[in-house]
Design a protein around this ligand. Structure first.
Ligand SMILES: C[S@@+](CC[C@H](N)C(=O)[O-])C[C@H]1O[C@@H](n2cnc3c(N)ncnc32)[C@H](O)[C@@H]1O
Length: 198
């Protein structure tokens, strides 16, 4: 993998099947790595990384335009603890992130794909949970939320019935951390859940 002059990471094709030590692309590789999966427009990532400068934050999204916009803002804010990676989240968690390398995952408002015939596009399923379980450190947290309550119920049941995880009190973002999509759907109360890797 190479690092660009900005905060975005690009991967060489020959590295596409190898786990990558993402920590080495931060100024302080020894610090905990937290991943915002499907970081969208980055409101949460930008606020959270400012509040916790001692944590390394990796924002992952498959839309390049969103990644580029967050990068611009991160540079303007001189935020040194953010790195951005345009990649499919399922691919990154399954193949690229090393085992037990992530301290926290945030998965806020994942695309709900409400129609039955599109459910196969959803991020949360058993293979995805295997990837999360593989890459989270013991004691590491997974925080999820969704305004689409049927999808939230599916997410919650999937994790709740997984013996590798233990439920904890749900994570509530601080006011400045509320994600872009949570702001858009502020009229709806989202489902939220949090679990730790045993
Ligand atoms: C509904 S938005 C939520 C964004 C942000 N988490 C928030 O709460 O504002 C979902 C985001 O996930 C991204 N996304 C959807 N599926 C993805 C996948 N498989 N891998 C990476 N990003 C994905 C989309 O591009 C979009 O930016």
């Amino acid at each position: 993998m190479i690092e660009l002059p900005d905060n975005t990471l690009r991967i060489h094709p020959e590295d596409f099947l190898n786990a990558t030590d993402f920590c080495r692309y931060f100024h302080h590789p020894e610090r905990p790595l937290e991943v915002d999966l499907g970081c969208g427009k980055g409101r949460f990532l930008l606020a959270r990384s400012g509040t916790f400068p001692e944590v390394n934050f990796l924002g992952i999204d498959r839309l390049l335009t969103r990644i580029k916009k967050i990068d611009k803002k991160a540079r303007r804010l001189k935020r040194e603890n953010i790195r951005l990676f345009r990649v499919d989240g399922y691919y990154a968690t399954t193949y690229l992130l090393p085992p037990k390398s992530v301290s926290t995952y945030y998965v806020f408002y994942p695309d709900p794909w409400p129609k039955d015939k599109h459910h196969h596009n959803r991020l949360f399923n058993e293979p995805f949970m295997n990837a999360i379980a593989r890459t989270l450190k013991p004691g590491g947290a997974l925080h999820a939320s969704s305004d689409h309550l049927p999808y939230f119920e599916t997410i919650y049941a999937l994790i709740k019935h997984d013996d590798r995880f233990e439920e904890i009190a749900p994570f509530y973002p601080a006011e400045d951390e509320v994600s872009d999509f949570e702001l858009i759907f502020a009229h709806k109360t989202p489902g939220r859940c949090s679990f730790v890797r045993k």
